[in-house]
Design a protein around this ligand. Structure first.
Ligand SMILES: CC(=O)N[C@H]1[C@@H](OP(=O)(O)OP(=O)(O)OC[C@H]2O[C@@H](n3ccc(=O)[nH]c3=O)[C@H](O)[C@@H]2O)O[C@H](CO)[C@@H](O)[C@@H]1O
Ligand SMILES: C=C(OP(=O)(O)O)C(=O)O
Length: 427
């Protein structure tokens, strides 16, 4: 099993290319199910989740081809398609639930395994089911599968007004994709506003969908009878960019992050600036300059839906707080169990006390320093936080179980090495 070996203490300097966003690429790969025409995606990141999604789609009969160095991906979901997502593939990636909406919309039926729990929380899909039922689907759960179909005599979903109990990102994406081919108008209230939703909507519009209001909490979709293929470049990964911002902030140094978008990272950038980091939007990216964590001030924050502070950046910013000066508190409001990195950070010498959804951090600042140890990655962003901690720690840190990291980061160690980090992948 691959591990990362990090010798901490080096400043990071140089330039790095931010890849396409995992959380945009995954729904966009699924959107290819909405048409029998070829869909060309560019800037698809090289990730384990993308490989899993490809396998899932190919298993249904979708033709998929990658080309070029720059993440080119062509998909064609020509008939016949087997509208099924088996447990073996779904269990490794929760985003598999994103095939449900497109399959129902185009084929009127789907059999998709329930994803099950996840290290960060129980993550039910009740809202996905409720919303698609409101659009006329009949969905039963049998033997761990969602068996979905249209009632006898119907060939299309019907437009509906859907108000979810909470803001759900993949829920919004499932409804958005389903509604493009439904009969009549769908209104999504309490919709997620993440940039990945906007990017998906822009792709669907290129395919011929009629969508308004994406990027706000109210999205209107007028269903059309068919969609065409398209050519679409996946938006840059704001979470990968944010992770590199925190890494450079923590180690000290100066880096240029090509393709990173300030407008997608407002909440994180505000906190970094308050901490004492310089972040400038420059042509085509972001420049970050930092004196290193020991000179920074830890920041209190709480995670919320976009445009608030992203839960997917909580662990990485906590690693920065741990090495910075002063006390800070971190509140996780989205997932009930997203502090799995705390115990591993403590093994490196972090001073953190958790109480339910709040973590109180006592920064080490100028008077202490993390010290390297072997730590275990428990989920994707927890892994990234351990890498950041390892980069500032004294001596060697080994991060084990980095298959979690590979789910969502495109060659992270290669990019960090290019910035001057002493980091290598070992067996
Ligand atoms: C592939 C992808 O895009 N993943 C992102 C997506 O996950 P995902 O879409 O799974 O997360 P949601 O936005 O749906 O989850 C928000 C909250 O709603 C709850 N919930 C959600 C749906 C449902 O049917 N019932 C329910 O109770 C969840 O358990 C969670 O507590 O948004 C999360 C929140 O920004 C991010 O951390 C993930 O990186
Ligand atoms: C939680 C995440 O992803 P997923 O929804 O794919 O598990 C993440 O990207 O941090």
């Amino acid at each position: 099993m691959d591990k990362l070996l990090i010798r901490g203490g080096r400043r990071l300097n140089g330039e790095v290319n931010v890849s396409g966003a995992k959380n945009a690429a995954l729904p966009e790969l699924c959107a290819a199910l909405l048409t029998d025409q070829p869909v060309m995606l560019r800037n698809v990141p090289r990730l384990r989740d993308v490989a899993t999604m490809r396998q899932l789609l190919e298993n249904m009969g979708v033709q998929a081809q990658t080309h070029g160095e720059r993440g080119g991906f062509t998909l064609q979901a020509a008939d016949p398609i087997k509208p099924e997502a088996p447990y073996e593939l779904v269990k490794t990636m929760r985003a598999s639930v994103l095939v449900l909406g497109p399959l129902l919309a185009r084929f009127g039926q789907a059999k998709v395994s329930l994803p099950g729990g996840c290290a960060i929380g129980s993550r039910p899909v009740d809202q996905h089911i409720k919303g698609l039922q409101a659009m006329g689907a009949e969905i039963e759960v049998e033997h761990g599968y969602m068996i979905a179909r249209l009632p006898a005599g119907r060939t299309r979903l019907k437009g509906a007004r859907i108000t979810t109990d909470m803001v759900t990102v993949t829920g919004t994406e499932n409804f958005l994709m389903a509604a493009t081919l439904a009969e009549g108008e769908t209104i999504l209230e309490n919709a997620a506003q993440e940039p990945e939703i906007t990017d998906l909507a822009e792709m669907l519009i290129k395919m011929g969908a009629r969508i308004e209001g994406h990027g706000s909490s109210r999205i209107r979709i007028q269903g059309v009878e068919r969609l065409d293929g398209c050519d679409h470049a996946v938006v840059a990964d704001r979470i990968e960019a944010g992770t590199f911002l925190c890494a450079v902030a923590a180690t000290g140094g100066e880096a240029l992050l090509h393709h990173a978008r300030a407008d997608h990272l407002d909440a994180v950038i505000d906190k970094l600036r308050d901490a004492g980091v310089r972040v400038d939007a420059v042509e085509g990216g972001l420049r970050v300059t930092s004196p290193g964590a020991a000179q920074l001030k830890g920041q209190t924050f709480r995670t919320t839906e976009y445009p608030g502070f992203p839960t997917d950046m909580q662990a990485q910013f906590m690693a920065l707080n741990v090495a910075a000066q002063g006390a800070s508190s971190v509140t996780e409001t989205i997932f009930e169990n997203r502090f799995m990195h705390v115990q591993e950070l403590q093994r490196l010498g972090a001073r953190i006390h958790t109480d339910g959804r709040v973590a109180l951090v006592e920064g080490l600042g100028e008077f202490g320093r993390l010290s390297g140890a072997t730590v275990m990655a428990t989920d994707l962003r927890a892994s990234a936080s351990l890498v950041i901690a390892g980069l500032v720690a004294k001596g060697e840190t080994v991060v084990d179980r980095i298959y979690h990291l590979d789910r969502g980061y495109d060659q992270m160690e290669v990019k960090l090495r290019a910035l001057g980090a002493d980091i290598e992948r070992i067996q």
